[in-house]
Design a protein around this ligand. Sequence first.
Ligand code: URA
Length: 240
Amino acid sequence: MERIQKVIANYGYCSRRRAEELLVSGKVKVNGQVITKLGFKVGTKDVIEVEGHILEQEEKEYVLLNKPRGVITTTSDDKNRKTVVDLIPSNKRLYPVGRLDYDTTGLLILTNDGELANLLMHPKYKIEKIYVAKIKGILSVASIKMLEKGILIDGVKTSKAKVKVRRIDKKNNTSIVELTIHEGKNHQVKKMFSAVGHEVLKLKRENLAFLTLAGLKSGEYRNLNKKEVKKLYNEVLNRK
Ligand code: URA
């Protein structure tokens, strides 16, 4: 038996937090009865209905997208902007694992496997992400140390990071910097650079755990194979 909000999220219907909202607003039925209690336990034989949809286990799909600029990381947008889901023709309810900003490019996983999505997004599992930023100016040694040790953003200290300056363009006063982090706070990379006085001009995520963008041009995607999915599960489960 599992807590109902976890089961709804694992079906890939929505996040666990959204499932809790749906529960308290009376949008969830179990075996035909409205259930509003968070943490209500359900088993494999129970029929769960959310907002009128009966949840059925669909085959899991895992997609690795090289997100282009100018695409929003959600499943739908009220301003009618193109979403990452629009780029991937699939008959499944895929949703993005984490978020890349509208103007950020690079590696994004989309899946209907809510369990893996939640594990990958949970800070406790410390999944490593490598971002490459083009920033205004040149980082001082002191700024590099501050970024690496942890820096206050929105009143909370970031955890340890790795910084590698890849290139410096003195003429245009810009630098290309690689930043390795394992958290996923909102606009984290931009805020970290901003905290040491540098504006991010361009941002790309190049790696997530062992995954890279090899072979994928901007806007292209591919399915993860079984080995890669297993390896992703191992990455998190070995860190428990
Ligand atoms: N950090 C940011 O600032 N933006 C992103 O899109 C991802 C990480």
